[in-house]
Design a binder for this molecule. Structure first.
Ligand code: DQA
Length: 153
C-alpha cells in the first residue's frame, strides 16, 4: 500500500480554537481521523502529524524521502518564508515522490504576505481554500496520479 504523510506546520495544532471564522471549528484530531479514513477509501496508508517546529518538519520531509512516502503538506506560516522547508520539499519531488501543498484557507484572498508561497514552485501541485476538503482533494489527486502511473506500460 502506498504511504502518504500528511504534515502540518505551526499553529495547526490549534485548529478548532484558532480563528474559527477562517479555519473552522473542527480540531486537528478531527482532521487526523478524516485523512486516515479518506486515505483508506483510496487504498492509501495515511499518517497525519503536526509540529510547530521547523526542524521537526524538515526531519519528517527527509523521512518521507528515505521511506518513499508521498506527502500532503500544509506548511502553514512557513509557506511564506521558509527556504529550508522549500528545499526539503524539493527533495521529495525530485526523488520522484508526490508532494501536494494544501491550505485550509485561500491565502491568495487574504493579507498580501500570504499571497506568495516559497514551497509552491517545488510542489507537485497545490490545493487551497476548501477547508478540510483541501486535504481530501489532495489525497484524491495522489491516488489518481499513482493509479495513472501504474497503468503506464
Ligand atoms: C494556512 C494559511 C497560512 O497563510 C497560515 O499561516 C496558516 C494556515 C492555511 O491552511 O490556510 O497557518 O496554511
Amino acid at each position: 500500500m502506498d504511504r502518504v504523510l500528511v504534515l502540518n506546520g505551526p499553529n495547526l495544532g490549534r485548529l478548532g480554537v484558532r480563528e474559527p471564522e477562517i479555519y473552522g471549528s473542527a480540531t486537528l484530531a478531527d482532521l487526523r481521523e478524516a485523512v486516515v479514513r479518506w486515505g483508506a477509501a483510496l487504498g492509501l496508508d495515511v499518517e497525519a502529524r503536526q509540529t510547530d517546529d521547523e526542524a521537526q518538519l524538515l526531519a519528517w520531509l527527509h523521512e518521507a524521502v528515505d521511506a518513499r512516502a508521498h506527502v500532503v503538506l500544509n506548511p502553514a506560516a512557513f509557506t511564506h518564508y521558509s527556504y529550508a522547508v522549500r528545499d526539503a520539499a524539493a527533495q521529495v519531488t525530485t526523488s520522484g515522490l508526490l508532494l501536494v501543498e494544501v491550505h485550509l484557507s485561500n491565502p491568495a484572498a487574504r493579507e498580501a504576505f500570504r499571497s506568495h508561497s516559497v514551497v509552491g514552485a517545488v510542489a507537485t501541485g497545490t490545493v487551497a481554500g476548501f477547508g478540510f476538503d483541501s486535504y481530501r482533494l489532495a489525497l484524491e489527486a495522489v491516488g489518481a496520479r499513482l493509479k495513472s502511473d501504474e497503468a503506464r506500460p
